[in-house]
Design a binder for this molecule. Sequence first.
Ligand code: BEZ
Length: 236
Amino acid sequence: MENNTILSLPRIGEKAPAFKAVTTQGEINFPEQYSGNWVILFSHPADFTPVCTSEFMTFASMEEQFEKANCKLVGLSVDGLYSHIAWLRTIKEKIEYKGMKNIEVKFPLIEDITMEVAKKYGMIQPGESNTKAVRAVFIIDPKGIVRAMIYYPLSLGRNFDELYRALIALKTSDEFGVATPADWRPGDDVIISPAGSCAAAKNRMDGKESGLECKDWFFCTKKIAKEEVLKKVIKQ
Ligand code: BEZ
């Protein structure tokens, strides 16, 4: 393994690295076949491990929620296809966890025994493991552009509510041309872009632009009703 391959990382704002792969749902051509959809590509360290099992059950139980936000899920580990199939069958038939049971993982899970995809996406981080992917998450938009990346170590299970929150926040930014502040959720005030001139900033500070609330010249918010956000970003 060459170091520069291991260390290659996608970048926010650039095209998601392309690949073809075998999955539990047949072959995929990524990200091309997801054009027009948001997609979350995520890796897990290994099949038949407890943290990963808790994550898959949680994510699979939220799949419909992501689907309504026009977002597909795609998993990956460096295990082979038959391991994936056996693990997902075990989850469905045997595992009960936090009130979830009989959970069927319907989204594709990529086999990546050569680590080709994992290396392209910076999922192999040798300080953590040479043989397992870390818990990586890429939120990719309908044009195939990487919009957010999150990396967690092997021991730390992810927060899937946060992934959903991040997806909805990105969609809201795109739809309304705004930014979203810390811990934003639909219905909370959003942040508008800085004024284009000193005069415009002064107008804002003087309350002359209606609908805005300015904490200072560089920090102005406005309200967007929760229903208005949800109408735009979730299939009704
Ligand atoms: C787990 O999913 O439980 C796990 C996987 C790899 C290393 C440590 C934990």
